[in-house]
Design a protein around this ligand. Structure first.
Ligand code: MG
Length: 239
């Protein structure tokens, strides 16, 4: 399998700083293995930026060829963010999401995930969500207590139930067999809170090239208000 990818991050129209982090910083192509990820930090002052960059630096610190599992990369990132808080109490309360994929040379993609950033698979014109949001509203939807529509305007819709940096955390993992022609999207909630799934799918359907697709998605989020930082990774697969 051949993979092509591009990444992009934008501060948006409202925030003064960008608390998201992304890896790698630039676009590329290979037949794998490759590691790519999105992290969305939170916390006062600069703490969110610190949390997401520690997480991404730690999770990408060992080469993609290393036998370390994606789950361990996320767990190591959690330990590193947690340790940074213990070392510098002024960072207390900082945390970050982390959604990481490993592209393997046999076409399998491993996913490891904590928080409310997301991974999507776009195949044959259909887009499906690969990750579960670790949010209060998602749990309320699962319990049947609120609807999807109610979740979108819920006063606590930003409340995250799993985050890196606060001690032990469960990491969701999955493995997907990719097909040639698939597109994979990783994104922070700056995209998904601004742009509907159907609009995201339309862009994945209609825009060619990973770089152009990344920036079409970010532009769409900013056109819709851009109230948060938006970070996007797009991966295309070829025979
Ligand atoms: Mg965000």
């Amino acid at each position: 399998m051949k993979y092509l990818w591009a990444t992009g991050t934008h501060v948006g129209n409202v925030r003064t700083g960008n608390e998201d982090s992304v890896f790698p910083a630039s676009s590329g192509a290979s037949s794998g293995p490759e590691i790519l990820m999105v992290a969305d930090g939170m916390g006062g002052a600069v703490a969110g930026e610190v949390a997401s960059s520690i997480a991404v630096d730690t999770a990408s610190g060992k080469p993609a060829t290393d036998t370390i599992t994606p789950e361990t990369r996320v767990s190591d990132a959690n330990a590193a963010v947690t340790a940074a808080v213990i070392k510098d109490p002024s960072l207390a309360g900082m945390g970050t999401t982390l959604t990481l994929v490993k592209l393997n040379d046999d076409g399998r993609m491993d996913v490891a995930h904590v928080g409310d950033s997301r991974a999507y698979l776009h195949r044959d014109g259909q887009m499906s969500l690969l990750t579960t949001d670790h949010t209060l509203v998602h749990e309320l939807i699962e319990l049947g207590q609120i609807t999807l529509e109610e979740a979108e305007v819920h006063p606590h819709r930003h409340l995250i139930t799993r985050v890196l940096g606060l001690g032990a955390v469960g990491v969701d993992t999955d493995t997907i067999d990719l097909h040639a022609g698939d597109r994979v999207l990783l994104c922070s909630d700056g995209l998904t809170t601004m742009v509907s799934d159907s609009d995201i799918a339309n862009i994945l359907d209609s825009v060619d090239g990973v770089e152009a697709t990344v920036w079409a998605l970010i532009e769409k989020a900013n056109d819709a208000g851009g109230v948060d930082n938006t970070t996007v990774v797009v991966i295309d697969t070829r025979e």
